[in-house]
Design a protein around this ligand. Structure first.
Ligand code: PLP
Length: 449
């Protein structure tokens, strides 16, 4: 697997075949970023994935974060299998849905009430709808570089290119997709993350019009930027002062940051929380949880919340197993996961230094991000989306990522690394052994141009 030429011939052939039936060959645009070819997998086990060419990868992509429990855990397979024999879908009630909801109440202090959906994108739509209906106000304030699903409303101002940034004080509401309801952008206010005074000014500017402030408690979708001290308190205070809802999008951080999510980890008390990914461990499952009073509009029927597959028993069975796994870890979680991630971060930093590769890793550990610094870029933590774009050398990271893939280590195309509960210290040590020749290859090829 050391050559960049073609360790993936079967994936290549399948990708060519796929393009004759699946539009563009993939079912989510981002998957096309995988170089040299989007890979096709045959199976996974624990922290490892196996592709159709027989290559084995120590996997830190982890299903974009959903695979917190590792690939194909036995207990989850048993739970899904047992439920499948009873029925996969009823579009009706089951005791299972109450059992999962009760577990969420137990785990997350702000989860007084729960509603299920199949994806976090849907949950974001529900949360915004509830916020506007509850407050009677039109605007949602969000942060540059934070991702809230692929819907019209989730992507406003997510990651504009530098020539479309707009003023520092008034970040652009650019939507990356064609075909949206264009007026949707007018319903958002975009602010920069981790600048409390700027945030206060943005809120003051739209005083009386803001229905909610939505945020990723840790900016995982841009360089894994943790909140500066006081930021989450400031969001709470501003929401209270404005009568707006505080919406934590814990799609990535939920369960990964502990049973109580990032809100417990960092100490925040949101009104509504979006849960996805690890709540289902890889099955399509998501939830909106929050304070009881904010569900009144849903209970009364004023706000429509629906979905054929909501509370699907197959997904509920998987989720129950996932939540029980987290509960069984007790308050220690996520300590060991953080420690394991930090071992990997340290090892990658040492490799980078040894091979003179300007890779800078940051994040709490259970998830982290590698920024590849551009020539001459300042060192030190990335603090915002704009800072990241200014300093990150995307083509260079893509090259290193491809070298790593060629040596059996899989990270995310955008630079994120997810740890799973199935990874061990031995996996981390082996990943670093595999990464050594990948870093050497990258250094040699990159300096040769
Ligand atoms: C923070 C955040 N919110 C929402 C979503 C949307 O989740 P889904 O793709 O399951 O709809 C994602 C997906 O990556 C996310 O990272």
């Amino acid at each position: 697997m050391s050559s960049l030429s073609s360790p993936f011939p079967k994936s290549q052939a399948l990708f060519e075949r796929a393009q004759q039936s699946i539009a563009g060959g993939v079912n989510s645009g981002i998957r096309k970023m995988e170089m040299p070819v989007p890979l096709y997998f045959s199976h996974g086990r624990g922290g490892r994935l196996y592709d159709v060419d027989g290559n084995e990868f120590i996997d830190f992509q982890c299903g974009q974060g959903a695979i917190l429990y590792g690939h194909a855990p036995e207990g989850m397979a048993d739970a899904i299998g047992a439920q499948a024999r009873l029925g996969v879908h009823w579009a009706a009630q089951s005791e299972l849905e109450i059992e999962v909801a009760e577990r969420l109440q137990k785990m997350i202090p702000s989860a007084e009430r729960v509603r299920f959906n199949s994806s976090a994108t849907e949950v974001v739509i529900a949360a915004f709808r509830i916020a506007r209906a509850h407050t009677g106000k039109p605007l949602i304030l969000r942060f540059e570089g934070h991702y809230h699903g692929w819907g019209d409303e989730g992507l406003v101002g997510f990651a504009p290119p530098p020539d479309k940034w707009g003023e520092e004080e008034a970040p652009s509401r650019l939507h990356p997709s064609a075909g949206i309801i264009s007026e949707v952008t007018e319903r958002f206010v975009v602010a920069r993350w981790n600048d409390i005074e700027h945030l206060r000014r943005r809120v003051a500017q739209y005083h009386g019009q803001i229905a909610a402030i939505v945020f990723e408690p840790c900016g995982c979708n841009t360089s894994c930027i943790e909140p500066i001290p006081g930021l989450l308190d400031a969001i709470r205070e501003l929401c209270d002062a404005e009568g707006a809802l505080m919406i934590a999008d814990e799609t990535i951080t939920g369960f990964r940051y502990g049973a109580g999510g990032a809100q417990t980890f960092y100490g925040a008390s949101p009104d509504l929380t979006v849960l996805g990914k690890a709540i289902g461990g890889g099955v399509p499952f998501a939830a909106l949880v929050g304070r009881e009073r904010f569900f009144e509009t849903v209970v009364s029927g004023k706000v429509v919340h629906a979905g054929t597959l909501n509370g699907n028993p197959l997904c509920l069975a998987a989720s129950k197993w996932c939540l029980d796994t987290i509960l069984a870890l007790g308050p220690e979680h996520p300590g060991p996961l953080i420690a394991l991630g930090r071992e990997l971060m340290k090892g990658l930093s040492e490799l980078a230094a040894r091979h003179r590769i300007p890779l800078f890793v940051q994040g709490p550990g259970q998830i982290f991000h590698g920024t590849m610094l551009k020539p001459g870029a300042a060192e030190g933590p990335v603090v915002s989306y704009r800072d990241y774009v200014r300093r990150h050398d995307a083509p260079r990271w893509a090259h290193l990522r491809r070298c790593l893939l060629g040596h059996g280590v899989r990270a995310i195309e955008r630079g994120l690394w997810f740890m799973s509960l199935a990874h061990t210290s031995a996996d981390v040590a082996e990943a670093l052994e595999r990464a050594e020749p990948a870093f050497a290859q990258h250094a040699a090829e990159w300096s040769a141009g």
